[in-house]
Design a binder for this molecule. Structure first.
Ligand code: 5GP
Length: 211
């Protein structure tokens, strides 16, 4: 039987390079798959429905919440974003490590509901560097950049609630660090409760035999 996969929550401020780093990590580690979120925001140029997001209306989104089909959801910049349960459940059963690239509010909902999830936060090398990256990509207005930097400050304060912090100085290094975090997670005490309990039961049985 397949070993179940792990749920990996992956966050970081806008402009830090989350997409680039995780794509690189996925090339090297085939057990990683990305979940596809649903959103009420409009597609950007080049984005495809069912590939980047499921683009749905606010009414459709609300129906999904009512039907309890969302693992988590949050409002961000005036739009709804959420993780549909079905895909995640199916991939975990197949033994895949499913990555949710989501913002902080959603990440903390997952922490509450699923303590077995692993939380990784991608940090820029400095705030100055983040600002330069956001300005350099020429996709937002000055006002939007200001808004994103304010949000970034708020989000980076929440990094203390994550299991691992990875710094995106170089994409190659950061992608290897993400893979190292996923592997290291197998050794964390909280992911080994079943094994520890089993060992303790066996130890007790052995003790009974010896006495
Ligand atoms: P964008 O509009 O730039 O694609 O995404 C805006 C923010 O929403 C990003 O921080 C992204 O990680 C987050 N996001 C994307 N999908 C989800 C989701 O399913 N749930 C939550 N909570 N946040 C999401």
């Amino acid at each position: 039987m397949n070993k179940k996969g792990r749920l990996i929550v992956y966050s970081g401020p806008s402009g830090v390079g989350k997409g680039t780093v995780i794509k690189e990590a996925m090339k090297k580690e085939p057990s990683l798959v990305m979940s596809i979120s649903a959103t009420t925001r409009s597609p950007r140029e080049g984005e495809e429905d069912g590939v980047n997001y499921f683009f749905i209306t606010k009414e459709q989104f609300e129906k999904k919440i009512e039907a309890n089909e969302m693992l988590e959801y949050a409002q961000y910049n005036g739009n709804f974003y959420g993780t549909p349960k079905d895909f995640v459940r199916q991939k975990l059963e197949e033994g895949k490590n499913v990555v949710l690239e989501i913002e902080v509010q959603g990440a903390l909902q997952i922490r509450e509901k699923m303590p077995e999830a692993l939380l990784i936060f991608l940090m820029p090398p400095s705030f100055e560097e983040l600002k330069e990256r956001l300005v350099g990509r020429h996709t937002e207005t000055k006002e939007q950049i200001k808004g994103r930097l304010c949000a970034a400050k708020r989000e980076m304060k929440e990094a203390v609630k994550y299991d691992f912090i990875v710094i995106n100085d170089k994409v190659e290094k950061a992608s290897l660090d993400i893979i190292a975090c996923v592997r290291a997670a197998s050794f964390l005490e909280r992911f080994n409760h079943d094994f520890i309990n089993q060992q303790n039961d066996d130890n007790n049985k052995q003790e009974e035999i010896l006495l």
